[in-house]
Design a protein. Structure first.
Length: 383
């Protein structure tokens, strides 16, 4: 708690004086999804992979010796960069390793946008973008997505008209899961005059038969920066490791100037390299998540709960407004969120325009999903 809260002083008083920059004083920090410590909570609220990391990661963890930690790590995470370059068939110079995707977002902002210059995001999208923009004292231009969560045909024009130096597109989209095709991204990258970050935090869960591959855009456009993370697809949210894929023109200033000198540590480099080298095993979990996603969507539909088409590891579930016990779908969504929580199942509720009548539900193990569906059935179809 801030000390001023204890003595109940209004913020405007000069005492206690703030040492913060005015924009820091005026901003609100990021609010993470709940991270309960009880092991028996069914956690479907922060889009973690329900399956463990692969055996190669476990072997790499066991191979870490205490003496490995005595020296500084390789500053650029070069072993990881080599592995990633090989995977994406690009050069090592096109890869930047970061301490989670969140660090890459912060680096993109501090490297490419002056304080006072604007940053554009689709609305709704990842709620961390405005927080990191506020730290750099950058205004955020929110461009409303269409009712089906697509970017409209004039999206690139809207980006340019906003004067933004940097724009974030999350694909598959969060919180809806909608996948935008590469052709649309290409159209935007071609026209937008700033740096375009394509945040692919959830790309591993995309159905491979769709043939989605936006990495090719990096070869076509020097203003495209793709974000990948080990947190979701590789079950390593606790490790903090992600990477950027971009032209050398974008990678070099972040790699050699704005990055923390040792931004990724020895253990995370070793484990992330092992994880990326062992994609076939991780891909089993992606397939299971896709299968469960289809099953949960179908079962929710039978309860009158409709979901946006998702290529991610979560569903944005729209509660029906036909339940006579509730005045509105919003009230029903809140009620379901709370009752699930009381029954030990956490999902995400966003108290935001267009999302108040919905729940974002992470796909868990088959058993967790069945538990969720049983509870929802008992609330929505009481016998
Ligand atoms: C999870 C996530 C990230 C990155 O998360 P890290 O754990 O910091 O790698 C980035 N963008 C979106 C939309 C996410 O959901």
């Amino acid at each position: 708690m801030h000390p001023s809260a204890l003595i109940n002083l209004p913020k405007s008083l000069p005492y206690p004086m703030s040492y913060e920059r005015p924009n820091i004083q005026n901003m609100t920090g990021y609010s993470s999804g709940e991270q309960p410590r009880q092991a028996d909570v069914v956690k479907l609220n922060t889009n973690e992979n329900p399956y463990p990391a692969t055996s190669a990661v476990e072997r790499a963890l066991r191979a870490v010796r205490i003496d490995d930690l005595r020296r500084y790590p390789q500053p650029y995470a070069n072993e990881f960069r080599k592995e990633a370059a090989q995977y994406h068939q690009l050069a090592v110079a096109n890869i930047l390793a970061t301490n989670g995707g969140d660090e890459l977002i912060r680096l993109a902002i501090t490297t490419f946008v002056d304080p006072g210059q604007s940053i554009a995001i689709g609305e709704p999208s990842y709620s961390l973008y405005p927080v990191l923009a506020a730290i750099q004292n950058c205004p955020v231009v929110k461009i409303d997505l269409q009712d089906d969560w697509q970017m409209g045909p004039d999206y690139a024009d809207a980006l340019n008209a906003s004067g933004a130096k940097l724009a974030f597109i999350v694909n598959p989209h969060a919180p809806s899961g909608l996948l935008t095709p590469v052709a649309t991204l290409r159209h935007i990258a071609q026209r937008f005059t700033g740096v375009l970050v394509i945040d692919e935090a959830y790309v591993d869960f995309v159905d491979p038969t769709l043939g989605y591959d936006a990495v090719s855009l990096v070869k076509e456009f020097d203003n495209v920066l793709i974000l990948r993370t080990m947190s979701k697809g590789y079950s390593l949210a606790g490790l903090r490791f992600a990477y950027g894929i971009a032209s050398e023109k974008l990678v070099a200033p972040m790699l050699y100037k704005t990055r923390d000198s040792y931004n990724t540590d020895f253990i995370s480099q070793a484990l992330a390299t092992a994880a990326l080298g062992d994609r076939a095993e991780a891909a089993h979990s992606w397939r299971k998540v896709r299968e469960e996603r289809a099953r949960v969507e179908q079962a929710l539909g039978e309860l009158g709960v409709s979901c946006s088409p998702s290529q991610s590891n979560f569903l944005l579930a729209q509660l029906p407004d036909t339940d006579s016990r509730y005045e509105s779908a919003e009230m029903l969504a809140r009620e379901c969120y709370q009752r699930l929580k009381d029954d030990g199942i956490l999902v995400r509720y966003f108290d935001m325009p267009r999302l108040r009548d919905k729940l974002r539900i992470t796909i868990g193990t088959a058993q967790e999903n069945s538990q969720l569906l049983r509870q929802l059935t008992s609330y929505l179809r009481p016998s």
